[in-house]
Design a protein around this ligand. Structure first.
Ligand code: ZN
Ligand code: ZN
Length: 401
């Protein structure tokens, strides 16, 4: 059984995507976006409520009490100055939908358009989750705490993310761990300041910072199993006053990423050890603060494999299994709560110039992908409510929630 996305609906989704794209809003400021989502749902007669401030949860109740499926889209933009030159480019200076969340929001509304009129034929309930603040500080956790997967209890949850590595018409489904943990690193180095001409009277924080940045690179290069995945990135370095003053303070910030819990803890431990070593060597004080961010996304294996099979049988879409990435996604929390799958949607094409990676000021998508995204999510909802795509029975689910 395929799903036909009508031309009029494709146009509507395109219009919604461009409207959201023109008015990007950062995490937990998605007021206009949430209002647009609500207006569209109202027009379709779909019940909805607010969650986590600017989040919106819509519920499509089928006639049968079958299985319950949740689909999640994120709505927030990034603090990036758009440089695509597109006619519908961001009208807000310094803010841009550079990660495709505008497309995610529009496609999930497209799903509402397809499923609302056929609610009565649904074998279960479909919950549409419009989530704020994926790029930080994170809208998934507050929505989960608000019970968005509990009433009704979700049997499966899915999301779609645009992917500029995959051609338009391609869907990426990779079982198992597919994204990284994202922990924030903040380091403060304290010496004592002085005159640049008399270094022996001061404790210089600059060489300590330089040595520390280089020593941190050694962790991934020499201390972590090359077959495991890990990243230590120092993203900012700040300190000093002027050319002839010895800096008393330098602060660094960065990100630590890993695909599994053991490597994640190992990174933390080793960063602290290297910092303590630099402090002893250079006679400075070094404080290390690590704030744990999103856990890795783990795609439910049977659900992911069976959905890939289902798509092969019920659509013309090309199915690939792209490699995991070191990106982060707070969908991870949803996928800890119910069997979940993060579906990658190919948006790359030469004519649309959609080959720039997410978060680039030049990021674009080929909008032909929008209809494939709607089709894929609708097929997931139908297959999962009908029980056509089994997921792993999770005995630990009860204990966890
Ligand atoms: Zn992003
Ligand atoms: Zn994103």
């Amino acid at each position: 059984m395929g799903v036909q996305i009508e031309r009029a609906l494709e146009d509507r989704v395109l219009h919604l995507r461009r409207t959201v794209h023109r008015h990007p809003e950062l995490g937990f400021e998605e007021h206009e976006t949430a209002a647009l989502v609500e207006r569209e749902l109202d027009a379709l007669g779909v019940e909805h409520r607010r969650s986590a401030g600017t989040g919106v949860v819509a519920t499509l109740r089928g006639a049968d009490a079958g299985r319950n499926v949740a689909l999640r889209a994120d709505m927030d933009a990034l603090p990036v100055q758009e440089r695509t030159g597109l006619s519908f480019a961001s009208r807000v200076p310094g803010k841009m939908h550079a990660c495709g969340h505008d497309a995610h929001t529009a496609m999930l509304l497209g799903v509402a358009h397809v499923l609302a009129p056929r609610r009565a034929q649904l074998a279960g309930t479909v919950v549409l989750i419009f989530q704020p603040a994926e790029e930080g500080p994170g809208g998934a956790l507050p929505m989960l705490q608000d019970g968005v997967l509990d009433d009704p209890k979700a049997d499966a949850v899915a999301m779609l993310h645009v992917d500029s590595r995959l051609d338009v018409g391609t869907i990426g489904l990779t079982p198992g761990g597919i994204s990284a943990s994202t922990d924030e690193l903040a380091i403060e180095i304290r010496g004592t300041g002085g005159h640049g001409a008399y270094p022996h009277t001061a404790v210089d924080a600059i060489p300590a910072a330089a040595a520390l940045v280089l020593a941190l690179q050694n962790i991934v290069a020499r201390e972590i199993d090359p077959l495991a995945s890990a990243v230590v990135t120092v993203g900012t370095i700040a300190g000093g006053y002027r050319n002839n003053v010895i800096a008393d303070r330098v602060s660094l910030s960065g990100t630590l990423r890993a695909h599994d819990a053991e490597v994640r803890s190992e990174l933390e431990r080793r960063v602290r050890r290297v910092a303590a070593g630099a402090a002893a060597t250079y006679g400075v004080e070094i404080d290390v603060e690590i704030v744990r961010g999103y856990p890795p996304v783990v795609n439910d294996e049977p659900l992911t494999r069976s959905f890939a099979e289902y798509l092969r049988g019920n659509s013309m879409l090309r199915i690939e299994q792209p490699a995991p990435t070191m990106g982060g996604e707070d969908f991870a929390y949803f996928a800890q709560h119910a069997p979940g799958v993060l579906i990658r949607l190919g948006v790359r094409s030469d004519q649309a110039e959609s080959f720039h990676p997410g978060h680039s000021p030049l990021f674009r998508i080929d909008e032909a992908a929008l209809k494939y995204g709607v089709e894929t999510l609708v097929l997931f909802a139908l297959a999962a409510t009908q029980g056509d795509i089994p997921s792993e029975e999770r005995s630990r689910r009860g204990a966890e929630s």
